[in-house]
Design a protein. Sequence first.
Length: 422
Amino acid sequence: MKTLLNNLRKSLRYGAMVIAFLISVSVIGQEIDYYTISGVLKDSKTKERIVFGNVSVPDSNIGTVANSDGEFTLKIPKSLNVTEFEVSHLGYHNKRFSIPEGGKNGNVFFVDPASVELKGVFVRPEDPRKIVSGVIDKISDNYSDAPNALTGFYRETIKQRREYISITEALTEIYKSPYGFTLESDKVKILKGRKGSNVRKADTLMVKMQGGPHVSLYLDVAKYPELLLTREEMDNYDYEIVDMVSFDNESNYVISFKPRVKLDYPLYTGKMYISVETLAITMAEFSLDISDLDKATQIFVKKKPVGLRFEPQSTSYLVTYKKQGDKYYLNYMRNEIKFRADWRRRIFETTYTIMSEMAITERNTENITKIAAKEAFRPHAILADRVNEYFDENYWGAYNTIEPDESIQSAINKFNRRFKKQ
């Protein structure tokens, strides 16, 4: 297998071992020089919440993503002197909302669903395999050929059954190397971080997540096509056009893919969303084929105690891109794995869910400086071992983040109450 594909698979591994955490408190105060817009996104017709919607400032590189409850908070520097923010999501019209003086909080923002009218839409006559081949040909045209400096908010969580046992968050600076052929790699620097953990479970099995923000970056299938978008990998899949949808005011093919061969490593099944006009991949959602448990186990487990049985139950991966000008830029990444662990000859079985997500909240294309090797977060490091500042609602200041969903917020509150008692 190619080096990048091996790196990705290594970065998606999770090792099981007993760990303990040390918590320290850090409170940082900042002058309020930004507006804060918060609320929930809903479908204007069904009134259902819209999850993972893009919320951004038009004609800027600032934005965030709504959480799994459709809730968001967007911080806009007052120096921008903007009057609107914009919401976009798969299957919906882009919609702009005014920013009243002092910001807007706790409101519901309704977004209108969009249907794709095939009349007037240029549908290519090629079969889906040729469309995917066209995506590969046009990566260097559709994505940035220059380095970018990104700011990203990253979160990873670990649950044992339904209870969170670890939540880690970090603000990251990312050196995003050019798309297309390059010997440069993406680099990550941790700017701020914090975590909470349930240390009362020290006598039970605990897990660590390896790779941290790098796991999210490796989901950038346009940058790391070895995962899904090489001609070599194309031979391993069957493709089918299953729908057409609107995404960021553009018509998109929805092309499903599934394995057509069996190899010595597991393949993926899922959907790609591809712009009809530009053949850029705008979103991909997929999961690992875990029908062969032995193959799947080799992907995820780096180290486990003797006698422990590991069984993956489900995986899901998501990556989205946002168009600005004539280029598409990395926007949001999320991955989740659920697995069961039990001990041979013991009455013990439990399930774990590990999730990580990253939203790109700011992008800069001028005066780009590479991140020095000594400052970079290593791809095989464990973020939770290096982050030792705990939760404070004002900690992030003017930086944009992903709002915690209800279950994560509940766990944060629980961690905070215990820390205060200690």
